[in-house]
Design a protein around this ligand. Structure first.
Ligand code: ZN
Length: 260
């Protein structure tokens, strides 16, 4: 891990276009330098080009990854492919994990890189875009945006942040910390992820039930048909305790487990 370098290989790109060259360099970098956040394997294999499902595969544990890379920092949303197909994949949970890389062509290297594990993808984080106009070549086609701001911080696991490497052990434990979500249905995950976001917004490692109840109106707004928001909150906290995400320390006080 200490030997992981952030710079792209200085090899010549076979492409003339800037964006194709960037794609070439970033993919090469992932293939050569990135490790698997699930099992720690030191190598990710590239799928053949135009593989419809994903870009990279860990041959040790079979996790799949799709790479999204761009020069500018990722904002609240990221443009993705066809809405219908993406939604179908999320519900069937055969979507890959997503790598989001922000690179610099001036420094010829990685600036930020995080992975969103596939179990954080629920239909609510997809935004349907307007159908393409009748004059467009693919008239009527509907794309989607991935709403990064709807994903809890625990679902954005950084390998590199501000051009600095995050320790590998930390990355691997961050990944393990939320794997329990894979066993849950998309419906159950909706509530869990919302409560996890509320807990993150409290901004303290130790908090009490009233801190979470303070988000009752927000949760009622998201789930207007639920008349029992407070019991639902307690249920999610119990579940998160059972899964080792947080601990009950008594008297209505909770503490987030450290991921180190
Ligand atoms: Zn692996």
């Amino acid at each position: 891990m200490g030997s992981m370098k952030l710079g792209f290989e200085e090899s010549q790109s076979p492409y003339d276009s800037g964006s194709q060259s960037a794609r070439f360099w970033t993919e090469k970098w992932v293939e050569k330098s990135l490790y698997c956040p699930n099992c720690g394997s030191l190598k990710l294999d590239k799928f053949p080009n135009n593989q419809p499902v994903a870009d990279f595969l860990c041959s040790a544990c079979k996790e799949e990854f799709e790479l999204k890379s761009q020069k500018t920092k990722f904002g609240t949303k990221v443009v993705d492919g066809a809405y219908g197909k993406m939604r179908e994949r999320i519900v069937a949970s055969n979507n890959p994990n997503f790598l989001f890389m922000n690179y610099s062509l001036k420094a010829m290297g990685v600036v930020d890189l995080f992975v969103v594990p596939k179990h954080f993808f629920i239909p609510e984080i997809l935004e349907k875009r307007k159908p393409l106009a009748d004059t467009a070549r693919r008239a009527g086609w509907i794309g989607c945006n991935i709403l990064l701001n709807q994903i809890p911080e625990s679902g954005k696991i950084f390998f590199v942040r501000n051009s600095e490497l995050v320790e590998k052990g930390h990355v691997l434990s961050q990944w393990q910390r939320t794997l329990f979500l894979r066993d849950e249905t998309t419906a159950a995950k909706g509530w869990l992820l919302e409560v996890m976001k509320c807990v993150e917004m409290i901004g303290k490692r130790e908090f009490d039930l009233n801190d979470v109840y303070a988000f009752e109106a927000r949760l009622s707004g998201i789930y207007p048909n639920n008349q029992n928001v407070k019991p639902k909150i307690r249920q999610q906290l119990q579940f998160l305790r059972d899964k080792g995400y947080l601990d009950f320390v008594g008297h209505g006080t909770y503490r987030l487990r450290s991921s180190d």
